[in-house]
Design a protein around this ligand. Structure first.
Ligand code: GDD
Ligand code: GTP
Length: 419
C-alpha cells in the first residue's frame, strides 16, 4: 500500500506570486481551469494501491482549502487530509512531525510531491522503479540546461545502476544538468530513522551554541537528499516528459499552455471548439461552462477562462488566464496576462504583458524564477497581472504592469507596479 504527501507550504512563501497569492493559497491557483494541486491528485490517483493523500503545510485552514479537499475527495474517491504545521518546519520537517499519521496502516512506501510544480508525471513507472530498490529511496529527475541547473537541486548518478552518487541543493558552481523535480518515493522506516538523527543532531548543536532557526526544521535537499546520496541509498528515475516548476506568475502562463496541450491526450472534452454561435477558438482554450462568451470574440491560443467570466463582442484574448468572475467589455484585447477575480476591463482597452517563456531555442530551458526586478532595480518586463477586483476604464493601455487588488485605474500605465 502506498500513500502520498503533498507539501503545500504556507503564506510566507509565494512572494513572487503576488498579488494573486494574497487572495488564495498558491497551490489552489488554477492552471488549465483546475487548481495546481488538483492536477497532482489526479496524477496520483493512477497509482495502483493508493491509500491516502495527505497535504502538509502551514496555511491556516480556510474555506477555500477545505472546500477544495472535500470536492477532490468526492471526485477522486480517495481520502484526502490536510495536516497543518504549527510553524514552518522546512521542506521535510513536516514529514517527520506527522510521521505517525504517514506510517499509520504500514505503507510500503510514500510518495512526496512539491506543490509548486506541474507536469506529465510518470508516477506509475516511478513506483515500479522504486520497487526494484525497496527499502531505499527514489527521486524523480529531469534535465535542465547548464545555465539554469543551479536554480534546482542537482544530482550525479551512476548511468548503469541509477544510484545517486552526489546531490547538491542549488549549487553555486556547476554540478550536473540532471535536476530534482521535487517528487520522491521514500521507505518510511528508513527515512524516519534518518530524520530523527538529523533532529537529534540539531538538538545537540543547540546545546553547544545558539541554533539558528527551529531545531525541528529539516531541509529536504541539504539535510535529507544529500545524506541519502552519500549513504548510497538514493536512486534516480529520469523522466523526459513535460515538467516545470511554478515559481512566479509568468511561469503560470507557461504551465497553463502545457497543461492545455496535455488535455489533448487526457481530457480532449475540456478543450473548447469553434462552432456556429460559438466564439472563434484558436489553438488550445479552456472555458468554464458557466462563462458567457460573445460569439464574435476571438480566444486563444492558450487561454483559460474561469467560472462566471463574461466576455463581450469583439474581444481578443490570447496566452492569458482569466480568473473567476472577470468581465471583459466589448472589443478589449488581453495578451500575456492574468486577470484577477472579478476584474472589469473597459471597452477598447488593451491589457498586455511580455512573454516570459523559456528560450525555445535552448534545449531543456526552464522558466526563470527570477525576482520581479532586474539588476538595475527596474521592473523586468513580464506578464501583466491584475489582482482581484481591479477596474480598468475604456480605451486605455496597461502594459507589463502589476496591479494590486481593488484598484480603480483612471489612465494608461506602462512597466509599473500599481500599489
Ligand atoms: N509543509 C511545508 N512546510 N512545506 C514547505 C515548507 C514548510 O516549511 N517550505 C516549503 N514547503 C513546500 C513548498 O510549498 C513547495 O511545494 C516545496 O515545499 C518546495 O519548497 P521550496 O522552498 O519552494 O523549494 P524550491 O522549489 O526552491 O526547490 C525545491 O524544488 C525544486 C523543484 O521545483 C527543491 O527540492 C529543488 O531541489 C527542486 O529542484
Ligand atoms: P496570428 O494570426 O496569430 O499571427 O495573429 P493576428 O495577426 O491575428 O494577431 P494576434 O493573434 O497576435 O492577436 C492580436 C489580435 O488582436 C489581432 O487580430 C488584432 O486585430 C487584435 N487586436 C489588437 N489590438 C486590439 C484591440 O485593442 N482591441 C481588439 N478588439 N482587438 C485587438
Amino acid at each position: 500500500m502506498i500513500k502520498v504527501v503533498i507539501l503545500i507550504g504556507g503564506p510566507m512563501k509565494g512572494t513572487r506570486f503576488r498579488p494573486l497569492s494574497l487572495e488564495l493559497p498558491k497551490p489552489l491557483f488554477p492552471i488549465g481551469g483546475y487548481p495546481v494541486v488538483y492536477h497532482h491528485i489526479e496524477a496520483c490517483k493512477k497509482i495502483p494501491d493508493l491509500k491516502e493523500i495527505i497535504l502538509i503545510g502551514f496555511y491556516q485552514s480556510s474555506e477555500s482549502l477545505s472546500k477544495f479537499i472535500q470536492n477532490a475527495q468526492q471526485e477522486f474517491n480517495i481520502p484526502i487530509r490536510y495536516l497543518q504545521e504549527f510553524q514552518p518546519l522546512g521542506t521535510a520537517g513536516g514529514i517527520y512531525h506527522f510521521r505517525d499519521q504517514i506510517a499509520m496502516g504500514d505503507p510500503e512506501a510514500f510518495l512526496v510531491l512539491n506543490a509548486d510544480i506541474i507536469g506529465d508525471y510518470p508516477l506509475t513507472d516511478f513506483v515500479e522503479f522504486h520497487r526494484k530498490h525497496s527499502g531505499e529511496h527514489s527521486i524523480l529527475a529531469t534535465e535542465a540546461n547548464k545555465k539554469q541547473a543551479h536554480n534546482f537541486g542537482c544530482l550525479v548518478q551512476d548511468p548503469e545502476t541509477h544510484k545517486v552518487l552526489h546531490y547538491v541543493e542549488k549549487p553555486e558552481t556547476f554540478v550536473s544538468e540532471i535536476i530534482n523535480c521535487g517528487i520522491y518515493i521514500f521507505s518510511p522506516a528508513a527515512l524516519f530513522k534518518l530524520m530523527g538523527e538529523i533532529i537529534q543532531e540539531n538538538y545537540q548543536k543547540m546545546s553547544e551554541e545558539p541554533f539558528p532557526g527551529n531545531v525541528e526544521s529539516v531541509r529536504m535537499g541539504e539535510d535529507v537528499l544529500a545524506t541519502l546520496a552519500s549513504a548510497g541509498s538514493l536512486y534516480a528515475f529520469k523522466s523526459s516528459s513535460f515538467w516545470s516548476s511554478i515559481k512566479n506568475a509568468g511561469s503560470a502562463i507557461y504551465a497553463n499552455r502545457n497543461v492545455l496541450a496535455m488535455y489533448h491526450k487526457t481530457h480532449p472534452d475540456l478543450l473548447a471548439q469553434s462552432g456556429k454561435g460559438q466564439p472563434h477558438i484558436r489553438g488550445d482554450v479552456y472555458i468554464h461552462p458557466s462563462a458567457v462568451v460573445h460569439p464574435s470574440a476571438v480566444l486563444g491560443p492558450n487561454v483559460s477562462v474561469g467560472s462566471n467570466v463574461v466576455i463581450g463582442a469583439g474581444a481578443r484574448v490570447r496566452e492569458t488566464i482569466l480568473l473567476d468572475g472577470a468581465e471583459l467589455k466589448d472589443h478589449c484585447c488581453i495578451l500575456y496576462s492574468i486577470i484577477g477575480w472579478n476584474c472589469s476591463i473597459g471597452m477598447w482597452s488593451r491589457v498586455e504583458g511580455s512573454r516570459c517563456d523559456p528560450n525555445p531555442n535552448e534545449e531543456f530551458a526552464r522558466p526563470d524564477g527570477e525576482s520581479l526586478f532586474g539588476e538595475d532595480g527596474k521592473l523586468t518586463p513580464s506578464i501583466t497581472i491584475l489582482g482581484r477586483n481591479v477596474t480598468i476604464p475604456g480605451e486605455v493601455i496597461v502594459l507589463n504592469s502589476i496591479v494590486l487588488p481593488h484598484k480603480d485605474l483612471g489612465q494608461s500605465y506602462k512597466n509599473e507596479i500599481i500599489l
